[in-house]
Design a protein around this ligand. Sequence first.
Ligand SMILES: [Zn+2]
Length: 389
Amino acid sequence: MRQWKGMHWQRNGLHVNMAVRIIYINDTTLRDGEQAPGVSFSELEKIQITEELLQIGVHEIEVGIAQTLIWEKRFLTYLQRSEYRDRYGIWCRANREDIEKALSLGLGTIHISVPVSDFQLGHMGYSPQWVLDTLEKCIEFVYQHADQISIGAQDATRGNRAFLLEMMSLLNSYNVSRLRFSDTVGIGIPSSIASLANFLSHHFCGELDFHGHNDLGMATANCVSAVENGVTQLSTTVNGIGERAGNAPLEQVAVAVAMGMERDTHIRLPGLQHLCEAVSMITERPIAPDKPIVGANVFTHESGVHCHGQTKHSLMYQPFSAETVGRTSKMVIGKHSGSTTVREVFAQMGVDVSRTTARNLLKHAHTNAMKIDTSNLLSLLTTSAHQNN
Ligand SMILES: [Zn+2]
């Protein structure tokens, strides 16, 4: 059992400094992401996404469901020949058939998911004792053939804690090294995830992995809350694709943990844009312009106050530099622009205008109810230059 000792977890006599521990990203774009309505990856697309995820530094990739993965021969051959075989995980139901299929592939983690809420158990017709007995058989079977195992507590946010305690006691007795707890229906909020993560981290001896859905728009915040309460692995998908409102988005979680919490994820943040655009193209789901981190406009400034501030310091109205995530910030001329913006944008185009000229252009455009943008102000400038000649 581990105990909280100030900044350290004390476990098995080892002190682990939480301040320097890596937060690992386990991406499930290829499994849970593909469960998004209308999303279906070809085998070549799966290979492309796997390559991109490895390049960016994702710790583990959930490559699919045992039941269907065995039919994707080309993708499987690629995975089996990869030097990163140990970093691929396979999702299984708690039955011998799925586990045998997963083991036969010779890849990394065998993930076994079981429902843990009374609600799901009742409607699926399983008893809590059935879950414990089945898990025990599954774990023993996996350990005869492999040692990388992860157990998934599905619907944990609606789970009953007495049962979770029993389940953790079983997992601890088998030295299971990873427990994923899922906010399967996305009902968690940061405080409830904090409470649950804290409870689990004080009773489970291995690593905790949080899998959050975004039904309340809380998935990223819930990941942060989970990490604040002892979780060391996070389950994400690129662009947050997934069932219903999707999963915790990899790009947001990686940046929130790195920039907001100052914790290392090993994710190369400047590569996020390329990865998200690639998955956006493959899934034919455009990235909204205001989507955090990767949206086209999230480093674009238009209003006079903000642009004026940005000319004094690049972080005046930004949380971090655009370059951190492989972007560049820019200014655009619009309805709320002031003379500073006009001069800056024109200067970037090699057009030098005085502050008075910039003000006059804006005044003219406002007075005549013109749409204020770069092209209109440039034509105004050209026209007034001709009239003055
Ligand atoms: Zn899920």
